[in-house]
Design a protein around this ligand. Structure first.
Ligand code: KIV
Length: 268
C-alpha cells in the first residue's frame, strides 16, 4: 500500500534546515507529472518554461494564463502526492493586487494547484503578501528571472557584482517577510546562494545556484534530453529521449517503407 501523503506548502517550508533536500521538477502534462510523482518528487512545477520547451516560443513571455491553466489541469490529473505549483505567466500579476489574486485563484480553483510561483523580489513582495493573505501559498523566484529577458538583454548569471549580490539578499529577505513558503534561486553564484540559504528561514530551491540550496529544481525536458536549443551549464542530462524518439520514428518509417510493418502479428 502506498502511504505517501500529499505534500503541502507548509510541509516544504518545514523542511528548512532539517532536510531531506527538496526535489522539484517541471511537468506540463498528465504523463510527465505521473512519472515525477512516482519517482518521489516533492514538487511538480508547471513552469512557464512550457512556452519554450512545449510550445516552441523563443522565451517565456507569450504564454497566457489560459494556456498555463490547460497544462496545470493536465498535470494535476497525473499527480497524487507532490505539491503542484502553477507558474504565474508574464503580465498575469503585474497590473494590480486584484489581478494577481484573481489569477492565482484561477490556478487553485480551476487548475488544481496547491501553490503559485511568481518572479521578482522586493518589488513583487507586497503582491506575494496579498496572495498569501488570501490563503494561497506562494513560491518566490529571484536571481535570473526569465520574464525580465527583454530588459536584461539575455540569459545572465545574477548577483555577480557586490551591489547586485546585496540586492539579491534583500530580495530574498523581502519575500521571506511577505510570507512565501520557499524561494527559487536561478543562476546565482554558488557562494551567494549558500549565503542566502543561511540567511533566510524558508527553503531555497536552486537551479544553477550550486549545491548548498535546500532543494534543487530542473526543467524536465533539459534533464531528459528532450530539447537541444539551449544547454545551460547547470543542466545535467540523464537521458537522450530526443535521440531515442528520433531513432524510433525513423525505424518505424523504414519499416513502413520496406513493408516490414505491419506484420502478421499486427493484423486482425
Ligand atoms: O518556468 C520554469 O520552469 C521555472 C523553473 C526553471 C524554476 O521557473
Amino acid at each position: 500500500m502506498n502511504v505517501r501523503a500529499k505534500i503541502t506548502a507548509a510541509a516544504i517550508k518545514a523542511r528548512k534546515g532539517k532536510g531531506p533536500r527538496i526535489l522539484a521538477l517541471t511537468a506540463y502534462d498528465y504523463f510527465t507529472a505521473h512519472l515525477a510523482d512516482q519517482a518521489g518528487m516533492d514538487i511538480v512545477l508547471v513552469g512557464d518554461s512550457l512556452a519554450m520547451v512545449v510550445l516552441g516560443y523563443e522565451n517565456t513571455l507569450p504564454v497566457s494564463v489560459f494556456e498555463m491553466l490547460h497544462h496545470t489541469r493536465a498535470a494535476a490529473r497525473g499527480n497524487r502526492h507532490c505539491l503542484l505549483i502553477a507558474d504565474m505567466p508574464f503580465l498575469s500579476y503585474h497590473l494590480s493586487d486584484e489581478q494577481a489574486l484573481k489569477n492565482a485563484g484561477r490556478f487553485v480553483q480551476r487548475g488544481g494547484a496547491g501553490a503559485v510561483k511568481l518572479e521578482g523580489g522586493e518589488k513583487m513582495a507586497p503582491r506575494a503578501e496579498r496572495i498569501v493573505a488570501a490563503g494561497i501559498p506562494v513560491l518566490g523566484h529571484i536571481g535570473f528571472t526569465p520574464q525580465d529577458i527583454l530588459s536584461l538583454g539575455g540569459w545572465k548569471v545574477a548577483g555577480k557584482r557586490p551591489a547586485a549580490a546585496r540586492r539579491l539578499v534583500a530580495d530574498a529577505r523581502a519575500l521571506e517577510a511577505a510570507g512565501v513558503f520557499a524561494v527559487v534561486l536561478e543562476c546565482v553564484p554558488a557562494a551567494l546562494a549558500a549565503e542566502i540559504t543561511a540567511e533566510i528561514k524558508v527553503p531555497t530551491i536552486g537551479i544553477g545556484a550550486g549545491p548548498d540550496c535546500d532543494g534543487q529544481i530542473l526543467v524536465s525536458h533539459d534533464l531528459l534530453g528532450l530539447q537541444d536549443k539551449v544547454s545551460p551549464r547547470f543542466v545535467k542530462r540523464y537521458a537522450d529521449l530526443g535521440g531515442t524518439i528520433l531513432s524510433a520514428f525513423k525505424e518505424w518509417a523504414d519499416d513502413v517503407r520496406s513493408g516490414r510493418f505491419p506484420g502478421p502479428e499486427h493484423c486482425y
